[in-house]
Design a protein around this ligand. Structure first.
Ligand SMILES: [Ca+2]
Ligand SMILES: [Ca+2]
Length: 201
């Protein structure tokens, strides 16, 4: 091998190492992962904890190492595709807190609003799309779940009127599948979640 080739190879290896190190510690869209669907409720703070909606996303860098302490303000759920009535305070909702030691970042407090919708929802990290949750009917299970189905800010019998046909006919899931973990099916467990939010203070 010529001396030139050896030094060129050495430089290439060095550049790759530098690039790898530069990206280490930053969330990598190819490594990060999260839940496939999200649910919201205007009673998410008062419903029994096991029935409260939580959206989880895990931040990993290019080496698969957890990114801890990543600021909540830079990780958002984006609802711009959602057009049904809703009480969400804004179209981009930041996480509840910074990522933990495992890179886990969650939304629950900030999902305290209502309105079901067939829309897709994006996960943004520093304004870049890291994940897109499916919309209905492109994804048969897609869409934003809410015990406040009609998005008027109350969990009331009018929402049960929306849930009931989805239960009887088996869809759409975004209206009938209200219990986490979302399984795409509409069953009595989903009615229990609705009831627990309905009776919460
Ligand atoms: Ca309602
Ligand atoms: Ca279900």
């Amino acid at each position: 091998m010529s001396r030139f080739l050896v030094s060129a190879l050495g430089a290439a290896v060095l550049l790759t190492m530098i690039a790898t190190l530069a990206l280490a510690g930053q969330p990598d869209p190819g490594q990060c992962y999260g839940d496939d669907y999200v649910g919201v409720s205007p009673k998410n703070l008062t419903a029994p904890p096991a029935q409260q909606y939580v959206y989880s996303f895990t931040l990993l860098d290019n080496l698969g190492t957890p990114v801890a302490g990543f600021p909540a303000s830079q990780v958002e759920l984006r609802f711009t595709a959602c057009n049904n009535p809703s009480t969400r305070p804004s179209n981009e909702i930041i996480a509840d807190g910074d990522s933990d030691a495992n890179g886990l970042i969650t939304w629950s407090t900030n999902l305290n609003w209502g309105g079901g919708d067939p829309c897709y929802v994006d996960v943004l990290v520093q304004n870049a799309v890291f994940k897109t949750m499916g919309d209905y009917p492109t994804d048969n299970c897609g869409g934003l779940r809410s015990v406040d189905e009609d998005g008027d800010g109350n969990v009331a019998l009018s929402d049960l009127v929306v849930w009931q046909p989805a239960f009887v006919t088996g869809g759409p899931a975004y209206q009938g599948d209200l219990a986490q973990p979302f399984d795409c099916a509409s069953a009595l467990a989903d009615l229990v979640t609705w009831q627990q939010h309905f009776t919460a203070p």
